[in-house]
Design a protein. Sequence first.
Lengths: 288, 293
Amino acid sequence: MFNSSAIQKLSVMAAKPQRFRHLAETTPLGAAAKKHRSLTTSAADSDPNPMKHAFSKYATYLNDLNDKRERVVKASRDITMNSKKVIFQVHRISKHNKDEVLEKAEKDLAAVMDQYISRLVKELQGTDFWKLRRAYSPGVQEYVEAATLCNFCKTGALLNLDEINASLQTLSDPSVEPLQINVLDYLLGLADLTGELMRLAIGRISDGELEYAQKICTFVREIYRELLLIAPKMEDSSDMKSKMDTMLQSVMKIENACFSVRVRGSEYIPFLGSEDTSFSWLGASNAE
Amino acid sequence: MKSAFRSAICTKLTFSFRSLNPTPHRSSLVLPPYYAAVYPGRPSTLTSMAGGESGSNTPPSPTVHTLEKQFEVFQHKLSDSGTLRERIRGVALEIESATRLMQSSLLLIHQSRPIPEVLEKANGQIVVLRELFAKLAEIISESPGQYYRYHGDWRSETQSVVSLLAFMHWLETESLLLHAEAEEKLGLKSSEFGLDIEDYLTGICFMSNDLPRYVVNQVTAGDYDCPRKVLKFLTDLHAAFRMLNLRNDFLRKKFDGMKYDLRRVEEVHYDVKIRGLATSGNSTAEQVDGETS
């Protein structure tokens, strides 16, 4: 007896999903829901049901927000791509073409600002800077990386956040809030900068420019020391933590490269030019 | 031991030295730092690698100075925002405990206590919540425009609050608590410190999770009309939610869960109906629409 009622129940329950679908399709609300799947129409507003009316407003809100977010993400991607191009350009630096390479890099950087960042500013329309931060943060970080790299190659100094933000203020309409890079994105971009500086230093060393590399080494050490104190205070600091580890690796790579040059100094004589010829190497005579 | 060390290095260096440089005695070689440390008398063009600057002992350059200044400013800013965040978390925890009190009063509804009695106790917490949200609004007003910077710190608490408020509203009125009504109940204003719409919607989804359990217990206690009412409500709600274009985030997941709640309530309703237990005669499963009361 128990079995048959259980089987009955099971067969009844098996039929239920169809009934549910039927329900959704035949009720006026179900039909209305299907019709109003995307944007609302005036038909929804005339529906006396307040729930539907309210939800059509929520739908509009969410659609607008998501569309805006999409456009911001696209703008951010463009910024990322073109900032990376600037960075590659800077890496083309060699002993003899410094000025031309930097000049082109600066021009490209200005183009990123005029074309791509301005588009981001336009899409944000002066609002939701924090709400949509995740959408545009990668682009901004990459831009900070490119701008600080160019600035270092030109002046040997760190481009300040205030300076970057001053240049951004001109981009927006005076009636809306300008985009200002916040401290967190700036610091994250700075962390990435050290990686690029490491590449630059290694490149300069193989070109024989030991002094340039050591300037980079000093600079990167300074940044690491400062960031060490700041990193734990940054919100969602897990990002920064892994960047700090990478940064230390970069610093050590530069230091090891400089060390190798010193130790194997003789290998580089033709490039560096001889300096201290009076120094007689202790070991050589003994070993012989 | 020293000499063994020395000759080991010398051999190594000699080897590289010899193999590459044809004029061993005329070149300048720079000693590695440890070597210079062991034999301090050695003249060397070596600059201290372990130290900071390369070359002379000049004072830190002006560029380093501005660098330090900038980071000092950052430190202050981040310390301030860190403190702000701690204060926010403090209030958020208080909101959470007020919510728990509200929830524990509300749970009596599953034990068939009369609705007005349960609601009275729970409503008492709303005043507390209003105060707490006002406190939050005050803290945030210290950094204008940064609502969404710290939003994550009160997001889940807010969602729980909305779900309880919506459940209470339904018990009272059998209708949905709308976003504007929820905002007003908590004393929030969208122009200043508002109720985020996605938080509201997520809270509503959480409320729907509680409905099947309520229906089951009501039927057990003898209220056979409850399933019909809840089914109608939940069907309307689900249909309204389907008007939204949700992307693949947390809200979407919660909404996907709603159909299981709806199915469960429908099963209960069916069980009651098919045994002729439902008291209100003309409501069949096919007639669940806005017209029947």
